[in-house]
Design a protein around this ligand. Structure first.
Ligand code: 3HC
Length: 279
């Protein structure tokens, strides 16, 4: 099998690594430098696995050899599935899907990893929208076992069944969701993070104590503010904006402190500063 992945950022390179266990992967980004950076991140993770004795160097080299990083969408001509993990911008994704519909074969599955944008809106502009589906992975991709399989009104049962088998072949569990704003996980998780930001802004507790409370009081593996830093504050805000815009319910209004931090460029781990400091 040949799998295409678009976007070599955190999610895209994680998906590419997971997919390289079951087939050849073509990892595409807008320029070669970004594509290579994605490949380097994969190589670094695989090296750690080797150091820990989980895989040997031959396995590491074999997995790496299955991934090609490039900047050419046309290279996806012969893939059986494309998972798009480009930036969270509807226009960008629609353009990519229009191009993919032209480049890929008629029965190639076209999947998006969008965290909250409308997959129906992406599919609507594509010839044969029955092969468009959401495959929503979680960060860190190589660790998290879930993939939300998000169906639009166009998605065919064949596309859904094939995609479910694909997800399971990666060692992950698929849950089926009819498209709905934020799907299941982000609809529940991101408002919880947003509420933690309100608590912090109100001075109810320190960032450390809010996180300790949820780690020890609700057995979450990490507190909501540390999780926001992992996901990216810009992503959290974009998801809240989508939930608020789509549902029109004030319970989804983004916390002003979240907006302020995004405007300041304090986006979490990726900028080394968010609710916590990573310098
Ligand atoms: N990238 C890749 N791998 C990572 C990682 C990262 N950022 N952080 C940790 N890991 C790996 C470690 O290498 C380790 O792997 P190993 O067992 O093979 O050695 C494993 O995760 C466990 O790491 P640690 O022992 O260092 O730390 P923890 O046990 O605390 O686990 C965690 C770290 C897996 C991140 C855990 O804290 C966790 O599950 N946190 C919650 C994550 C979560 O909720 N993710 C979903 C976010 S929402 C989302 O992605 C949707 C999107 O649309 C916004």
């Amino acid at each position: 099998m040949i799998i295409g992945v678009i976007g070599a950022g955190t999610m895209g390179n994680g998906i590419a690594e997971a997919a390289a266990h079951v087939g050849k992967v073509i990892l595409v980004d807008v320029d070669q430098k970004r594509a290579d950076q994605g490949l380097q991140a994969i190589s670094k993770r695989l090296n750690r696995q080797t150091e820990k004795g989980r895989i040997d160097t031959a396995e590491r080299d074999e997995i790496l050899s299955r991934i090609t990083a490039c900047a050419d969408l046309q290279s996806l001509e012969e893939v059986q599935i494309v998972v798009e993990a480009a930036s969270e911008d509807l226009g960008v994704k629609q353009d990519i899907f229009t191009a993919l519909a032209r480049i890929c074969s008629e029965d190639c599955i076209l999947a998006t990893n969008t965290s909250a944008l409308s997959i129906t809106a992406i599919a609507a502009g594509v010839t044969r929208p029955d092969r468009v589906i959401g495959l929503h992975f979680f960060n860190p991709v190589t660790v998290m076992k879930l993939v939300e399989l998000v169906q639009t009104p166009f998605t065919s049962p064949e596309c859904a069944a094939w995609s479910k088998d694909f997800v399971e072949s990666l060692g992950k569990t698929a849950v089926c969701v009819e498209e709905s704003p934020g799907f299941v996980v982000n609809r529940l998780l991101i408002p919880m993070i947003n509420e933690a930001v309100f608590l912090l802004a109100e001075g109810a507790a320190s960032a450390e104590d809010i996180d300790t409370a949820m780690r020890l009081g609700a057995n979450h593996p990490m507190g909501p503010l540390a999780l926001a830093d992992l996901v990216g504050l810009d992503i959290c805000l974009a998801i809240m904006e989508t939930l608020y815009g789509e549902m029109g319910d004030p319970k989804f209004r983004p916390a002003p402190l979240l907006r302020k931090m995004v405007r300041a460029g304090h986006l979490g781990r990726k900028t080394k500063k968010g609710f916590f400091d990573y310098h």
